[in-house]
Write a protein that binds this ligand. Structure first.
Ligand code: SF4
Length: 350
């Protein structure tokens, strides 16, 4: 397990490969040593520099003087009847965040947090209750993944994490630099080696962040939380819509698709008497005309603080059929981990 951080040292998980090349260079070592260190950490799961036996002793000493191996501590774990595992982590300043391991027969997905709390206060989401406490560091983001790998290794003796989704607590694009560094470590072949197409970045629709991401040359998946079929419905659920209304959001989504040649997923929550009807399906079809995109329909998961009501599976299926009729490709996300409050919108930061 990852040990508690020593405050005087930087976490090694905060360094990108390029930054590590800079460090080894600064202590008079060749650049290839950085790749070796990365492999020890991310491929072999080393928890100490002394374990890195193909490095010169002097370099191991210098790494130990400067860096530690930690950044977060696990303070709780709940396992759902469907196999979903929710992990509660305590950060070094006492803030708490949650991470969810979602195993299925075909893939092992990890839903990762990027901030302690969230300032966007979407009206269906427990993560925004209490507002934003702070951004998480790259090390804190990466540590969730390493912990999850260890837990799965201990449970089933092997762990091939196949997908990473940045859909935990926080708005990923509001913590852009740390998110991007973490994505590059996850994606690097010397790092966690997970293909960019298996990494999903979600956003509530931060236009500047979407524009910036489109120019990074990364093949990651982008998921935009839409959750309303016009400004009136989106305003009710997502205060961010006042700043970035649907028209501007769709414009930037189209630019993103043009620049990256990648499809976008629009996340869409199904709430009784609010977000779905035949009119909604028609409006959405009009909105998506000419775009390479798909919709992911999410059943609202009830949160005690909110008054919204969930819809039945049959109602969700009917809406999907309506969308199909109007030419919109939609899938329904199977809810996971509801019994341990690990499903979409239920994650908290305390
Ligand atoms: S849905 Fe995302 S952006 Fe909205 S409050 Fe929750 S974590 Fe924040």
């Amino acid at each position: 397990m990852i040990s508690k951080v020593k405050e005087s040292k930087d976490s090694i998980y905060d360094l990108s490969l390029i930054e590590l090349v800079g460090f080894v260079d600064s202590v008079g070592e060749k650049a290839f040593r950085a790749g070796q260190i990365f492999k020890w950490i991310y491929e072999k799961g080393a928890q100490s520099f002394s374990a890195m036996q193909n490095l010169p002793q002097e370099l191991r000493n210098k790494l130990s003087e400067k860096f530690s191996f930690s950044s977060i501590n696990m303070s709780g774990q709940q396992v759902s009847v469907d196999g979903t595992i929710k992990l509660l982590f305590e950060l070094n300043d006492g803030e708490k965040i949650e991470t969810v391991i979602i195993p299925t027969s075909k893939r092992l997905t990890l839903c990762v947090s990027t901030q302690a709390g969230c300032k966007y206060g979407c009206k269906f989401c427990a993560s925004g209750i209490g507002g934003l406490k702070r951004n998480m560091s790259c090390a804190e983001i990466i540590s969730q993944i390493l912990y999850a790998k260890n837990i799965m290794l201990a449970r089933q003796k092997s762990c091939e994490l196949s997908h990473i989704v940045f859909m935990g607590v926080g708005e990923p694009l509001d913590n852009y630099d740390n998110l991007l560094k973490a994505v590059r470590i996850i994606n690097a072949k010397e790092g966690l080696g997970i293909a960019a197409r298996k990494i999903t970045v979600s956003t509530c629709g931060l236009i500047e962040g979407i524009k910036k991401l489109s120019k990074e040359g990364l093949q990651v998946e982008l998921a935009i939380s839409l959750h309303g079929y016009n400004d009136k419905t989106r305003d009710i659920l997502m205060p961010v819509n006042k700043k970035y209304p649907i028209k501007e959001l769709i414009k930037v989504a189209k630019e993103y698709i043009r620049t990256t040649k990648r499809q976008i997923t629009f996340e869409y929550i199904l709430i009784k008497d609010l977000t779905f009807s035949e009119d909604a399906a028609r409006e959405l079809a009009k909105m998506f005309r000419g775009m390479i995109c798909k919709m992911n329909l999410i059943f609202y998961n009830e949160v005690p603080e909110f008054d919204f009501k969930a819809v039945s599976r049959a109602e969700g299926e009917n809406f999907k059929k309506d969308l199909k009729y109007y030419g919109v490709h939609a899938t329904i996300r199977t809810p996971r981990g509801k019994d341990v409050l690990a499903a979409c919108g239920q994650l908290r930061h305390k």
